[in-house]
Design a protein around this ligand. Structure first.
Ligand SMILES: Cc1cc2nc3c(=O)[nH]c(=O)nc-3n(C[C@H](O)[C@H](O)[C@H](O)COP(=O)(O)O)c2cc1C
Length: 195
């Protein structure tokens, strides 16, 4: 066996799951993931999480090579998770080649994370122009309509994860079933129920 490097030891010594999970009533879950996401991100903001709307967007090119970057979620509704960026960007090229993505959010002080995956559609030109118009003057600088795009990630699956100090982490997984959502709850290794 090789001994760990000092850096590996340092990494291992970093504390994780140091936050405090809020009360979670598993008997009071909404029927759709967008509603639960709104509850959780508002709870994160109320608990003092800075920039809770910042997440990671992962895409892949036509060869399957993954890529990921930080961005902000612009809206969440029955249409999906909305995000935006320049037409002239790696993410725009990758989404043209392979129109699907995953988004992750991690809110450390409340030990909650959300994971979203599914196909992505470009919004209408009007919606993209409206998104650009809502940005600050500094953020709009140099960008004309057509050079900025709004996309919608319409998830097939959304996982809500809450860490627990006894490691009985809770996972709530919504999966699209036609017009409806199934919801499976796991606590630790145990499946607690599906509906
Ligand atoms: C907190 C934060 C928020 C960001 N928000 C956005 C965003 O909403 N849209 C965007 O295109 N880039 C945003 N960025 C920049 C991206 O992380 C990335 O550098 C840029 O989009 C280029 O990515 P790409 O070349 O993979 O397309 C943000 C970066 C940070 C750190």
């Amino acid at each position: 066996m090789t001994s760990s490097s000092p850096f590996a030891s340092w990494l291992r010594a970093q504390p994780s799951l140091t936050g405090t999970p809020p009360e979670l009533d598993l008997d009071d879950l909404p029927g759709d993931p967008a509603t639960l996401f709104e509850r959780w991100i508002r709870a994160a903001a109320a608990a003092g999480v800075a920039e809770p709307h910042g997440g990671t967007l992962a895409t892949a090119d036509s060869s399957g090579m993954p890529d990921a970057r930080t961005l902000i979620v612009k809206d969440v509704s029955a249409r999906g998770w909305g995000f935006a960026g320049p037409r002239d960007s790696a993410k725009a090229r990758q989404l043209d080649e392979s129109p699907a993505a995953a988004m992750n959010f991690w809110w450390p002080s409340i030990t909650r994370a959300v994971r979203v995956r599914g196909p992505v559609q470009e919004a209408s030109d009007e919606e993209s122009a409206a998104d650009l118009a809502e940005r600050s003057a500094a953020a709009r600088a140099g960008l004309r309509p057509g050079e900025w795009v709004r996309w919608w990630l319409a998830p097939e699956q959304v996982e809500f994860w809450q860490g627990a100090t006894d490691r009985r982490h809770v996972r709530i997984v919504y999966a699209r079933e036609g017009e409806r959502w199934s919801c499976t709850i796991r606590e630790g290794e145990q499946e607690r129920g599906k509906r």
